[in-house]
Ligand binder design. Sequence first.
Ligand SMILES: [Zn+2]
Length: 69
Amino acid sequence: MNEKWKSWMEVAQVLHETPGAEICCPECKVGMLEFKDELIRGLDKVDGYIFCNGCGAYAVLSRVSKNNP
Ligand SMILES: [Zn+2]
């Protein structure tokens, strides 16, 4: 696992513990990160987009949707 990916995983961890947290971009250290969840219908998964409003860096973290009974 490289350093870049590791820092994004840390961002995801913070978000998981503190929903709505304002987090600085781990790549440019200037921009703020924005978040968007996209439900993939039919596949029962959610793609969580994390992207920087400064440099445009982004990561996508997929997870299984918990909306199913
Ligand atoms: Zn950035």
